[in-house]
Design a protein around this ligand. Sequence first.
Ligand SMILES: Cc1cc2nc3c(=O)[nH]c(=O)nc-3n(C[C@H](O)[C@H](O)[C@H](O)COP(=O)(O)O)c2cc1C
Length: 177
Amino acid sequence: MGDFLKLAANRYSCRNFSDKPVEREKLVKCVEAARLAPSGCNAQPWKFVVVDDPKLVPEVAKTTCHLGANDYLAKAQAFVIVLEEHAVLMPRVAAMFDSQCFAKGDLGGAALSICLEAESLGLGTCMAGLFDRPKLCQLLDLPKDQRFFLVIAVGYPASDQRPKKQRKTLEEIARFI
Ligand SMILES: Cc1cc2nc3c(=O)[nH]c(=O)nc-3n(C[C@H](O)[C@H](O)[C@H](O)COP(=O)(O)O)c2cc1C
């Protein structure tokens, strides 16, 4: 297996974090990986709020433990909130598509880059799409109409055990012609 495929196979959604704090330099590298991600028309319609203040982290964690889900994120040591910004597309593309038409895909790619860089640095991550949006907006001082749909919990895994990947087979998802 090539190095990248190994990294992709090793990354998993960590739901059991240890108490070890995450170094700021590692979080910076994760955001750097996101900064290098591709985006439609190179619009880079993203911003990232990185929370590693030990007083604020548990407050953010509370907003992700939402509707009876995600209790395990309470032990995360940092969070990256992925914000969707206005995308400025090339004029010819903008004439055909809504400005935000590529943004969700762009953000997904950037978010995965964060998780893969974190994996390469020995960190665990779990993306969370379920969170208390109004409370998180208030906590991070974000405008009420700020678009964001993804929060990434970060920390050192408490265990070396990785869950077995549950995935569709290659035959189910790909057609080579
Ligand atoms: C957009 C998105 C939202 C997600 N939201 C949550 C969530 O709120 N809570 C959670 O525990 N996992 C969440 N996940 C993680 C998925 O459940 C996980 O990626 C999937 O089950 C595959 O497992 P793996 O990441 O360990 O390979 C989310 C993943 C994505 C991409």
